[in-house]
Ligand binder design. Structure first.
Ligand code: ZN
Length: 426
């Protein structure tokens, strides 16, 4: 099967547009439909985990599916309509079919009084209830009277669905990229992240990376917990990771460090972001699935990359997180930043100088001749001296880069030349 390329910003946008209308939740057919579309772009290993499966301290819940939902006024007009936007129904609402007064209904209605034209996004996964979300403006215009309330949903034993995609590397140590896929029609949180991750996977496959890159597309919290529960040995092989979300809003990039704070991925992102406007945040046990990967039992070197962070923009978890809120430029910028970060991570190594007593003689090993005539000969020489000096097993090439102020590419080239001459050992 050939996969559709995500080569341009327009391709990313088209993918977000296709995924946007689907009614996703932490389980159900919306997730499967999402993975089916994503599978047109990258091969996916889709896993179905039965309801009731014990996963760490949690249990896989019943599967939720919904076909229709509405509130009709006395004339039979749908005043709140799931067909118009899936945000109108509280995620995981139990089925209901009743007539009631507006007063009775009010207890089940959610609005944003401060943003009266926007519809909030609400869920109730773990306590059975039902509800509708609507604009405050719509609610204010509803007259008293009797309303017909119907939610045609099912909560049954079924499955939790998630998917993996692996880009094999030269080594089996893994780098994780994780996205949640449990939100219905919200574009930035997290369809932009899903599209960027898929495009990144395509690029990496062409580049033949050093590490093995594992992409996880799964429902927030319960998905990550399920994956961790099912992959105890694999979790130990995770060298680094990024939880990717909110990848397409107009804000500048934000990197939230891993719980460790000084993991290699933290240093790499910090380095790559230096060149552009950005924010660095320390870890906190809130936000996206970095909460799970950085729980103390795992304590993985996994940070989180977003543009404007979790809950940091007024459109967050509202109908205003729509297709207009996401730009191709922002998605392309997030993608480019991650590619650069992984290119650094992939080439970053620590070496030990095999001739640490005094400077080794570069001339007799032909290392000066190799510089002859190069316009960057001075820089290349400095890079060799810095790499030799700092290669005590404690400093990585990224550390050498930061300390020397030389370009990372020059430092890597110097290390390769020195290794070729037998002066460095990994
Ligand atoms: Zn969210």
């Amino acid at each position: 099967m050939t996969h559709q390329p995500l080569d341009t910003g327009a391709d990313l946008r088209k993918l977000v547009e296709r995924l946007y209308p689907l009614c996703r939740s932490i389980t159900g057919d919306g997730v499967r439909a999402t993975l089916e579309i994503l599978g047109e772009h990258i091969p996916l290993d889709v896993h179905e985990v039965p309801t009731g499966t014990q996963v760490l301290d949690w249990t896989v819940p019943q599967e939720w599916n919904i076909r229709d939902a509405y509130v009709k006024d006395a004339s039979g007009r749908r005043v709140i309509d799931f067909q118009e936007s899936n945000l109108h129904v509280v995620g995981y609402s139990v089925p209901v079919s009743e007539k009631m007064s507006l007063e009775e209904l009010r207890g089940h209605l959610h609005t944003l009084p401060d943003r009266p034209a926007w519809v909030p996004y609400r869920t109730s996964y773990y306590s059975p209830t039902w509800g509708f979300c609507l604009a405050q403006d719509t609610l204010d215009a509803l007259p008293d009277g009797e309303y017909e309330v119907r939610i045609d949903s099912t909560l049954d034993d079924g499955h939790l669905t998630y998917a993996e995609h692996v880009v094999p590397g030269e080594v089996t140590d893994e780098v994780l990229v994780s996205c949640h896929i449990c939100h219905p029609s919200l574009a930035n949180d997290n369809l932009a992240g899903v599209a960027v991750a898929a495009a990144l996977a395509q690029r990496l496959a062409v580049e033949k990376p050093h590490y093995t890159y594992r992409f996880l597309f799964m429902p927030g919290t319960i998905g990550a917990i399920t994956w961790l529960a099912r992959n105890p040995e694999r979790a130990g092989k995770i060298k680094a990771g990024v939880v990717l979300a909110c990848a397409g809003d107009p804000g500048s990039l934000t990197y939230k460090r891993s719980r460790r704070g000084d993991a290699e991925i933290d240093k790499v992102l910090e380095f790559v972001l230096t060149e552009k406007p950005h924010t660095l945040l320390d870890f906190s046990p809130y936000g996206y699935d970095e909460r799970q990967f950085c729980s103390p039992g795992y304590n993985l070197g996994v940070g989180s990359l977003t543009r404007t962070p979790y809950a940091g923009y007024p459109q967050y978890h509202t109908s205003a997180d729509d297709l207009d809120f996401v730009s191709t430029e922002a998605m392309e910028d997030t993608l480019a930043t991650l590619r650069e970060a992984f290119s650094v991570l992939d080439r970053n190594r620590s070496y030990v100088n095999q001739s640490p007593y005094g400077e080794p003689q570069l001339g007799k090993r032909g290392l000066y001749d190799s510089l002859g005539g190069r316009s960057d000969a001075k820089e290349a020489q400095m890079a060799m001296l810095w790499v030799l000096n700092l290669s005590d097993g404690e400093h990585s090439l990224l550390d050498v880069t930061k300390r020397s102020g030389l370009p990372f590419d020059s430092v890597v080239a110097a290390a390769h030349a020195l290794q070729g001459a037998g002066l460095l050992k990994e």
